[in-house]
Design a protein around this ligand. Structure first.
Ligand code: FAD
Ligand code: SF4
Ligand code: SF4
Length: 394
């Protein structure tokens, strides 16, 4: 609906101005004008003695033909010619989804000189690889990647598009969704297929992690989602598998790409690779002070692992945010996760409860962390960790 003025009938008498509770009407050049404040409440319509205010139906947007969309696309994110772990995890999940909806799994690969990754993507289960290999795609730029992939979406009509919730995926996903005029569910933790209509059920934490929401995209396509690294299991690598290679058109006109990469500066800070670590020793407020991380680091170094932390310790300024595990930090899935002096708030659990083994050290035997722990040690971490180190030395 929209409120409009019939310019033929309006005499500019201004009677309608007062009738609008939102001050949305002005009279300019002896004709009433409906401004952007109009809420379409309709209060003004009967007030015009000349029947110059009319409510008009806006033509309903065309319905999308959902049946025209098929296949599952996974954004095969690569950096410097190496596939990101999350892309391999999404290949595993994408395979499962494609099998359930009865379609093909397709990897979408963009970059410069990335042809070598094609065979790897087939080995990870792709039936088709869509590739855009071009110097303009060497470094990630939103405009360039978005245009190439969206042109592909328009041409090939994928039913589902999933991306890793990396810095790149979090930037590209929403831009693609806008370009494709569809929705996007960010940071999904699981997917399912509705057995009745084969819609993608996209589940993610909501309301500060206190409940899980399942989101659907009923009227537009593709169904798009991002998934954090470390949440899904990696695809199985089967050497020698092959499939179809399809080139995506790369056709940039002046003004299509609004940014230029002048220099790539790598972060000189200590690299934190929580998602790749097989053992993580995390500390929380139970450490008592930032100095406590020296002890967790000692245990992590002894086991060849990495250190992590709770958000409370980050918020206290004890450690950099890059180490934070949890809903608003990194999601991890190591072989062993040590939670030292961490209470086990739901937002922390959201980022580590899929670890193979969880060892909790806490002075409070009722701490919620013990509910997810495989091994629980009730005690002071300043006594327990040195005892573990001593035992390891023996
Ligand atoms: P506390 O809850 O204070 O727990 C400290 C624990 O240490 C206690 O259980 C105590 O018994 C134990 N302890 C004390 N002394 C010792 C000792 N000497 N030896 C052994 N144990 C000891 N949190 C995250 O971690 N990650 C997130 O991503 C995250 N995201 C959030 C997002 C939102 C929207 C919100 C609202 C919160 C989020 N939080 C997150 C915060 C979360 O709710 C908790 O506040 C936080 O995890 C608590 O951190 P903690 O366990 O270190 O501290
Ligand atoms: Fe007058 Fe009607 Fe025009 Fe308003 S819309 S200025 S009431 S003629
Ligand atoms: Fe104002 Fe309501 Fe008329 Fe819009 S429809 S101009 S909000 S009175």
């Amino acid at each position: 609906m929209a409120i409009n003025i019939d310019k033929e009938k309006c005499v500019g008498c201004s009677i309608c101005i007062k009738s609008c509770p939102f001050d949305a009407i002005t009279v300019e050049n002896k004709v009433a004008v409906i401004g952007s404040a109009c809420t379409e409440c309709g209060a003004c319509i009967d007030k015009c003695p000349f029947e110059a205010i009319v409510k008009t139906e806006i033509e309903k947007e065309k319905k999308v033909d959902l049946s025209a969309y098929k296949d599952v696309w996974v954004f095969a994110e690569q950096r410097e010619g190496e596939l990101m772990n999350v892309a391999i995890e999404l290949m595993g999940e994408g395979r499962r989804l494609a099998d359930e909806v009865g379609s093909e799994l397709c990897a979408v690969l963009c970059g410069d000189g990335v042809q070598e990754l094609i065979s790897e993507l087939f080995a990870y289960g792709a039936d088709k690889v869509y590739i855009a290999d071009h110097p303009e795609l060497k470094s990630y730029r939103t405009d360039a990647y978005c245009k190439v992939i969206n042109d592909g979406i328009v041409k090939y009509h994928p039913e589902i598009v999933i991306l890793g919730a990396t810095h790149i995926g979090r930037d590209l996903g929403p831009c693609l969704a806008v370009a494709a005029d569809t929705g996007l569910t960010a940071d999904c933790t699981s997917f399912a297929i509705d057995p009745e209509d084969k819609k993608l059920l996209q589940t993610r934490p909501a309301f500060g992690g206190n409940l899980m929401a399942t989101i659907i995209c009923p009227e537009t396509r593709p169904q798009m989602a991002t998934v954090r690294p470390g949440v899904m299991d990696k695809a199985e690598y089967v050497e020698g598998r092959t499939g179809e290679v399809i080139e995506l058109k790369v056709d940039f006109k002046d003004g299509d790409i609004r940014t230029e990469v002048l220099k790539v500066v790598k972060d000189v800070k200590e690299m934190v690779s929580l998602t790749d670590a097989e053992i993580i020793v995390s500390g929380g407020m139970g450490l008592g002070s930032p100095e406590g991380f020296k002890l967790t680091k000692k245990l992590a170094d002894r086991l060849g692992g990495a250190i992590g932390s709770s958000r409370a310790a980050v918020d206290a300024g004890w450690i950099d945010r890059a180490y934070q595990v949890g809903q608003t930090g990194t999601t991890v899935k190591p072989r062993i996760y040590f939670a030292c002096g961490i209470s086990g708030a739901i937002q922390h659990l959201a980022g580590m409860q899929n670890s193979d083994y969880i060892v909790a050290i806490n002075t409070d035997e009722n701490a919620p962390i013990f509910e997810v722990a495989d091994y629980g040690i009730v005690g002071d971490l300043y006594k327990v960790i040195p005892a573990i180190l001593e035992a390891l030395d023996k």
